[in-house]
Design a protein around this ligand. Sequence first.
Ligand SMILES: [Mn+2]
Length: 441
Amino acid sequence: MKHAHHHHRERRARVVAEMRAQTGGGLAAVPTAPEAIRNADTHYPYRPDSHFYYLSGFPEADAVMVLVAGREAGESRQVLFCRDKSPERETWDGFRYGPDAAREIFGFDEAYSIAELAGKLAEWSCDQPALYTPLGLYAGWDHAITATLNEVRNRVRTGIAAPETVIDVRSAIAAMRLVKDAGELGLMRRAAEISSSAHRRAMARAEPNWYEYQVEAELAHEFLRFGAQAVAYPSIVASGPNACVLHYRENNRQMQAGDLLLIDAGCEFQGYASDITRTFPIGGAFNGAQKAIYELVLAAQLACIDAVAPGKPFHDYHKVAERVLAQGLIDLKLCEGSLDAVLESGAYKQFYMHRAGHWLGLDVHDVGLYRIDGESRTLEPGMVLTVEPGCYIRPADNVPEEFWDIGVRIEDDVLVTAHGHENLTAATPKSVAEVEALCAR
Ligand SMILES: [Mn+2]
C-alpha cells in the first residue's frame, strides 16, 4: 500500500519543477471540489475535483493539496490537508483516512487537519515569489485565497513580502493531463470496455414499445455491475426525432418499431471517462433512408479514425468529417453544388453542426488546449480523443420526407500511439451487418 500512489507523487514533483522553471519557486494550493447539496440535507454523490485527484488520488471532500517549491530540488514539500478522524462522524458517514494515514498512503511528506489550512497557508506564503492556485473554481476558495494574501500583506511591517503573482496552476496540470501515462490508460481501457459492454447490452435488449428510460436502465445495470461508480455524463437515449436533439436528456419517449435509437453513454471508472455513441434500428433492420445516412456517417467516422496519428494536427480529422459528410449529402441530393462550394458555403451545417471530437480523460470533455498561438495542436502518443461525426435531419422544406427525423452519430474513443492510433472502444458493433445482427436477437 505504501507505494501505491508513487505516480501521484511523481506528478506533484513535475508541478514543482514547472513552478521552479516559471518563477524560481513558489507555493501551489489546489483544493478538491466542495460537496454539493441536492435538496434539504441530502447531498449529490461526491466527485473530487479532477486536477486535485490527478495529483493526489485522494477521494475525500474537504481536502487541499499544497506544494512548497524551494529554489533547489531538495527544498520542496508535498503537503495534504484533510478531515480529521472522527469515530462519531465515521459511524454516520463512513471511513475517513485522517492526516496520518493519508500522508502515508498517498505519499505526502506532511499532512495536517484541514482546520490548520488558513494559518499554514499564510505562514508558507510569506516571501514566496508566486502563488499557484485555481481562481474562479468556487467562491469559498477564492475567498480563502484573498484572505491568505491579505493576512500576509498585514505582516509587511515585520519585513515580510506577499507573493507578487498569482498564477492559475490549472494550465500546468492540464498540459500534463493531456498526455496519459500507462496507469491512466489502464483505467481508460477498463472504462471503455465496460461502456462497450453496456452498448452491446442495450442493442441486444431494446425493443418496440419500450420507453427510452428502460434502455437507460440496461446501460446503468452494466455500468454498476462492473464497478463503474458513475456515468461520465448523463446518458443520452434518444429515439426517433429526439436523436436530432444533440444533448437530449428527457429519456422518456416510447419507442416505435422502425425508429432509430441514438445512445450516447459512457461510464466513469476510477475517475476516468469513456464516451461512446451508437445508433441502431428498433425492431432489427434499417430502412433505406436510415441505412443511407448511417452508411455515410460510418464512412466519415472510419475516415476520421484513419486521420488520427502522431504528428498530425488535431483539426485534421474534423476536416475529414466535413469533406466526407458534405460529399455524401451532395450524393444524396440533400445539398446542392460542388464539394468545394458546399464546404465553402457551410450548407452541410444544416445536418452536421458540431466538431468531430474532443479530448477525453478524467473529464469527458477533457482539459488541454486545442490550439496554441492559433495553430492546431499536434497529436502526440498518449493523447486520447473521441471521434464522433454525425448527421441530423430535422423536417424541412428542402429535405425529402423519407429523411425526416433521422439522427445518426457514431463515436469511439481513440488513443494516439507511437505509430498511429488504437480504438479503445472497437468492441462496440458498428457495421450495418453487426448492428442488425445484434438488434435482431
Ligand atoms: Mn463525445
